[in-house]
Design a protein around this ligand. Sequence first.
Ligand code: FAD
Length: 350
Amino acid sequence: MSEFELIRDGEQTWDVVVVGGGTAGLSGALNLARVRRSVLVIDKGEPRNAPAAGAHGVLGREGISPLELLRLGREEVASYGGRVVSGQVTRISRDGAGFRVVTEDGQHLRTRRVLVTTGLVDVLPDVPGLAERWGRDVLHCVYCHGWEVRDKVIGVLGNFHQALLFRQMSKDVTLFLHTARELTDEQWEQLAALGVAVVDGEATGLEVDSQDQLAGVRLASGKVVPVQQLVVAPRFLARGGFLRELGVTMREHPMGLGEQLQVDASGFTGVQGVWAAGNVSDVLAGVPAAAAAGTTAAAAIHMDLLKADAEAAARAAKDGEVFSGAMEAEVSRRVLGSRAHGLGSLPGGN
Ligand SMILES: Cc1cc2nc3c(=O)[nH]c(=O)nc-3n(C[C@H](O)[C@H](O)[C@H](O)COP(=O)(O)OP(=O)(O)OC[C@H]3O[C@@H](n4cnc5c(N)ncnc54)[C@H](O)[C@@H]3O)c2cc1C
C-alpha cells in the first residue's frame, strides 16, 4: 500500500493540504497540527537551498544543513499528528466548498483549504558549466554565503548591485559586464572608488581546477580571468503554474526580479480558501522569513476554518434541534416576561 493509499483510506477530507514541504510549508503544517487541524503536506522533495552546505542567518540553528533542518521539521509536524508524504501536486480544482487535489501519479484528495508553499525556480544565466556549480562556488546571496567567501577572489556576473554587496566581503571583486546594460557614469565612478575591477566581454564558460574548484571565467575572446567564486543574479520564477485553473495568477516582482504569486499580509491569494507562503509569494524570503510566512498563513487559515465551523454549527443547531438556543430565549421571554433574567426578584435587586 503506498503512502497515498494509506491517506485516502476512509476518503478523508483534510482541513488543509499543504503543497510543498520546505521551510514555509512545514512551518505552516506544524502550526496547523498544533491547533488540531488535520493537515497533509505533499512534497516533491527539492527544496531550493538543497545544494548549499548550510542554512545561514537562521537564529538558533545557524549553519544547519538545509536537508537536516527539513528532516527535523517533518518529525516535528508528525509529532503533532500532521502527515508529510512525497509527491507532486499537478492540479487543484474546486470541489463544492473545498478542493480536489490531484497528484502526478493520479491520486485524488479532498481538502477544505490549501496552503501553497512550492517555492521558486532560480533561472540561472546561460553560461555553460555554471548550473552544475550552483550553490557551491556559483552563488547569489550575500546573506546566505557572503561570510563563507569573505576575502576570496570574487567575480560578479553582470550585476552592479551584487558587486557592491560582495565588495563588502572582499577587496578582490571583479564585475564581468557580460550581457548587462551599460553602466552609468555614476556607477563607473563608484566601482573605481571601491577598487572593483570591471571586465568587458561576454562570459562563455568556467574554468575548474583538478580539485573541482572554480578557477576562472572564460570570455568570448578566449581570455580567462581568475576567480574563486562567481556571483550571479538569477531570475526568480515562482512555482505556481498549477494554480491557474483556480484563478491564482503570477505577477511580476515590483523590482523586476522575476514572478511571484500576489498575496496579502496573511498570505491570502484573493481566491477563497487558497493561501501561499515562502518563496512562491515572496522571491526574496530567506529561510526565517519563509518560516514566518508559513506560520502567519497557518493562523489565517485556522481562523477562516473556525469561522466556517462556527457558522455551520449554528446552522445545524437551528435546522436540527427541536429546542434551539433562540427558541429557548423566546419561550423564556413569553413565560417569564419582565422576570426573564430574574434580577428584579433577587434579594437586594431593584
Ligand atoms: C543555493 C541557495 C542557498 C541558500 N542559502 C540560504 C541561507 O543560507 N539562508 C537563508 O535564509 N536562505 C537561503 N536560501 C534561500 C532558501 O532556499 C529559501 O528561503 C527557502 O528555501 C524558501 O523556503 P520555501 O519553503 O518557500 O521553498 P523551498 O524550500 O524551495 O520548498 C518548496 C518545496 O516544495 C516542493 N514542491 C514544488 N512544487 C511542488 C508541487 N507541485 N507539489 C509538491 N511539492 C512541490 C519542492 O520540491 C520543495 O521541496 C538559499 C537559496 C539558495 C538557492
